[in-house]
Design a protein around this ligand. Structure first.
Ligand code: CP
Length: 399
């Protein structure tokens, strides 16, 4: 079948995800094999591009008058959010509804957790109701992985998606950030290679941020230079070795398909290293022929100088138990992103923030609302198309 015909079948009336090869997206000889999405540490360039292309197709669906397709009709998606969320929970719910899946929303406050039921037994209860995909957020790292392991042990064909686990990872947030950035550069053909040699600063509370960790994987996989900036208490020197150490650790989770990518090396050559790079900041990984380019700064200016994109992160006050900052005012003075500070960046610089935002702390309130610079609302919009793509791909990749 021709690619265009297949694409219309995807969006048409009788499409069921299991039967659709990814060749419909022009990705011949490739099928999505990853049942769970728990981390981006072992994502391949091909997988990133598959997500970006699939999200582009669903973005087109979302631009129609009728924004719903029957792609996941008959499938059950369960949102298991043990920690508060506005964006992630709602956009997974909307994504599932746009795909015609049935959606169950677990609310811890009104659940049987308060009667002593365990998290695993809660997951198994939803499994017994016929859940096909579980979207899981928990304040402790490793909970989605534990549930995925249990599903695999039981031999059931249920996909688990990590919607944020403690300080570990938030893969769907990083994928929607990637989609937002890539579609700004090429709206019709967003792909990983577009970011090669771009300078991207990630600023703020890196220590507590699962968003930063997932973004480090995706953005360094593209060949972009990723510059982390924050006070030493929120950006420990250990992050210099983050990619190397965590990649070894990520394999220990033992979950998710790890494919050898013939695609490696297609992205291009490495760029000149900047003068201010710290020791051990470049680490060649198993996942790409490109060296991952990661730089640390304990002041803002070198990180954002000539940057193409600045991603600022929420100060996670709820996770700060050790008085890590003198005051929010001083933090804003040193690391807050303002219009004035953006003059150091490229003239067409764009600012991202995963939300929720502490207005006037990590970013000035006027800048946050300025569409010339701020991509914050585009990030939220991208979230629905990207999450539709992830739900679709996980269903198609259940093996
Ligand atoms: N970015 C993000 O995860 O936001 P929520 O906590 O509102 O889901």
């Amino acid at each position: 079948m021709q690619s265009s015909e297949n694409r219309s079948v995807l969006m048409g009336q009788f499409m069921y995800a299991e039967s659709v090869p990814l060749s419909i997206f022009g990705m011949a000889n490739t099928t999505w094999t990853r049942r769970h999405i728990l981390s981006l540490a072992d994502f391949t360039p091909l997988e990133y591009d598959t997500v970006l292309q699939t999200a582009t197709s669903f973005r087109e669906v979302l631009s129609r008058r009728t924004k719903k397709v029957p792609t996941l009709q008959g499938q059950v998606v369960t949102n298991l959010f043990f920690e508060p969320s506005t964006r992630t929970r709602s956009s997974f719910e909307l994504a599932a509804k746009r795909l015609s899946a049935d959606i169950l929303n677990f609310a811890p406050g009104t659940s049987s957790l308060s009667k002593g039921e365990t998290i695993l037994d809660t997951a198994k209860t939803y499994l017994a109701m016929g859940t096909d995909l579980m979207v899981i957020r928990h304040r402790e790292a490793g909970v989605p992985q534990a549930i995925a392991r249990e599903m695999d042990r039981l031999g059931v064909r249920v996909g688990v998606l990590n919607a944020g686990d403690g300080q570990h990872e938030h893969p769907s947030q990083a994928l929607l950030d990637l989609f937002t950035i890539c579609t700004l550069i090429d709206p019709d053909d967003p792909r990983l290679a577009l970011l090669k040699d771009k300078k991207i600063a990630i600023v703020g509370d890196i220590l507590h941020s699962r968003v930063a960790r997932s973004n480090i994987w995706s953005l360094t996989a593209s060949g972009a230079e990723v510059h982390l900036a924050g006070p030493p208490t929120l950006l420990p020197k250990l992050f210099e070795e983050f990619v190397g150490r965590q990649e070894a650790g990520a394999r220990d989770w033992g979950l998710g398909a790890r494919k050898e990518e013939e695609e490696r090396g297609k992205i291009g050559e490495r760029s000149q290293e900047p003068e201010f790079k710290t020791q051990n900041s470049e680490l060649r990984t198993q996942n790409s022929l490109l060296p991952r380019k990661l730089f640390l700064h304990w002041s803002l200016e070198p990180a954002i100088k000539d940057a193409d994109f600045v991603m600022t992160l929420r100060l996670q006050k709820e996770r700060m138990t050790n008085h890590l900052l003198p005051s929010l005012r001083e933090y804003h003075q040193q690391f807050g992103i303002t219009r004035d500070r953006l003059k150091l960046c490229k003239p067409d610089v764009k600012v991202l923030h995963p939300g929720p935002v502490n207005r006037g702390v990590e970013i000035s309130s006027d800048l946050m609302d300025d569409p010339q610079f701020s991509l914050i609302s585009q990030q939220v919009t991208s979230g629905v198309a990207v999450r539709m793509a992830l739900l679709y791909l996980m269903c198609s990749g259940k093996g």
